[in-house]
Design a protein. Structure first.
Length: 256
């Protein structure tokens, strides 16, 4: 194959995929959202941008299946493996932290809600001395009131994007809808003297199972800015219904 034919073939297929184009979106339930808003002393709209745009590490989930063996199907064949149960393992998400440490507060408030640990929100613009000598400490011998899974598990999507003409016209190729996800582990955030580095926080999420939505980016070079919110907003219906739209993408795309 000549170089020109190779380039044309790749161009016709929408180009090559790059690993730094993606978007993570949370669909938080009311109780979880209220706990996070209380910890941050802001509404969800104030922090959606940080949680989406500052997410610098994500993973498309792996796929695994438990297998069994069948013996004696045919004489002389031996054991025959067969699939019987899909398995879904945890995945990690990582964020760069702004000066207000919004990603760390977001994850900690969510985890505090899971285990029933009351958050202590301070006033705005307190000094270092006021923070280090904060009043209202919880009692030493206190219990943890673990919430029911239906109350703290939420859905989130990880969408693989490809470059478009602008930020809002990036092309989605595949979306994983992670059902009933929650952060069960938040990694330690290292701090040290020396060269200044951006602070990062990483969390590990468990989830029940995932759905996959496919989109074909061939045949057109970009989404118009008016089309981008359509597929993004159709992923979730209203919070009360708990169901997902039967049609995710528009007529230019394919849904399976």
């Amino acid at each position: 194959m000549s170089v020109n034919r190779f380039i044309n073939t790749i161009s016709e297929r929408g180009g090559m995929s790059v690993s730094n184009q993606y978007e993570v979106k949370f669909n938080l339930k009311g109780n979880v959202q209220s706990a996070i808003n209380f910890a941050l002393q802001e509404t969800s709209a104030d922090n959606d941008y940080v949680m989406v745009e500052f997410c610098d590490e994500a993973q498309l989930p792996n796929i695994n299946t438990m297998t069994g063996t069948l013996v004696g199907r045919y004489t002389g064949q031996g054991s025959v493996p067969y699939a019987h149960t899909p398995t879904y393992t945890e995945f990690q998400l990582g964020w760069l932290c702004d000066a207000n440490m919004v990603p760390l507060k977001f994850l900690t408030a969510w985890h505090d809600y899971i285990i029933g640990n009351d958050s202590r929100s301070s006033k705005n613009n307190q000094s270092k001395w006021q923070m280090q000598n904060a009043t209202g400490r919880m009692k030493d011998q206190r219990e943890f009131n673990i919430q029911y899974p239906d109350d703290y598990q939420c859905d989130l999507t990880i969408t693989k994007l490809e470059m478009g003409q602008s930020e809002t016209s990036r092309r989605p190729s595949i979306t994983y809808l992670m059902e009933r996800a929650y952060p069960y582990a938040i990694d330690a955030v290292p701090l040290s003297y020396g060269n200044s580095q951006l602070t990062r926080v990483t969390a590990t999420f468990q989830y029940h199972r995932h759905q996959v939505f496919y989109n074909n980016v061939r045949g057109y070079s970009y989404f118009s800015q008016s089309e981008v919110p359509v597929w993004r907003n159709r992923l979730f219906e209203s919070e009360n219904s708990g169901k997902f739209s039967s049609t995710i993408f528009d007529s230019k795309s394919r849904y399976i």
